[in-house]
Design a protein around this ligand. Structure first.
Ligand SMILES: [Zn+2]
Length: 146
C-alpha cells in the first residue's frame, strides 16, 4: 500500500497538495502542504480572484496513527480581492480557521467524546495538550451521559 493513498484515506490530504514528506527516526511524519493557485470566491463580497498575495506557514496537527504523530507545515496562501482590496486566506480542506488542529483530527477528537475516554487519553491520541482538549470540548454543547 502506498503512503500517499493511506494518507489520503486517513487524513484526507490529497497527493497533489503534498510538497514534501519527512519521516523522522521516531516514526513521526511531517508534511509540507501547499495548494496551487486557484480561483477563490471572497466570502464577504462574493468577488472572484486569482491574485495570490503570498503564503504563510501554519503548523497543523493531524493527530497520531499507530503511536506516530502526523504534523504538517501548511503553506497557507493568501489572496487579495481586487474589488475591495481585502486580503483573505484560501479555502482549504485541512484546517479550520484559527485552529491548529486538522479537520480530520477535530472529527476524531469529537468522536472520542461518545466513548469512555479520558481527556488525557484523547489528548494523547490527537497529539495535543490536555488543556486543548478541554478547551475544544467545552465549546461544544454535549449532553452529559446518564
Ligand atoms: Zn471584495
Amino acid at each position: 500500500m502506498s503512503t500517499v493513498n493511506y494518507t489520503e484515506i486517513i487524513f484526507k490530504i490529497k497527493e497533489e497538495y503534498i510538497k514534501h514528506t519527512r519521516v523522522n527516526e521516531d516514526g513521526s511524519v511531517h508534511f509540507t502542504l501547499e495548494i496551487p493557485v486557484a480561483e477563490q470566491v471572497r466570502p464577504h463580497c462574493g468577488a472572484r480572484t486569482r491574485k495570490s498575495k503570498g503564503k504563510r506557514p501554519e503548523d497543523v496537527k493531524f493527530g497520531a496513527t499507530q503511536h506516530h504523530t502526523v504534523t504538517a507545515t501548511y503553506l497557507q496562501r493568501r489572496y487579495k480581492c481586487q474589488e475591495c482590496n481585502h486580503t483573505f486566506i484560501e479555502k482549504n480542506p485541512f484546517v479550520c480557521r484559527y485552529l491548529r488542529l486538522s479537520k480530520t483530527n477535530m472529527e476524531y477528537l469529537f468522536r472520542q467524546l461518545g466513548e469512555k475516554v479520558s481527556f488525557t487519553e484523547m489528548a494523547k491520541l490527537s497529539n495535543v495538550s490536555v488543556s486543548t482538549v478541554i478547551r475544544y470540548c467545552s465549546k461544544l454543547a454535549i449532553p452529559k451521559p446518564n
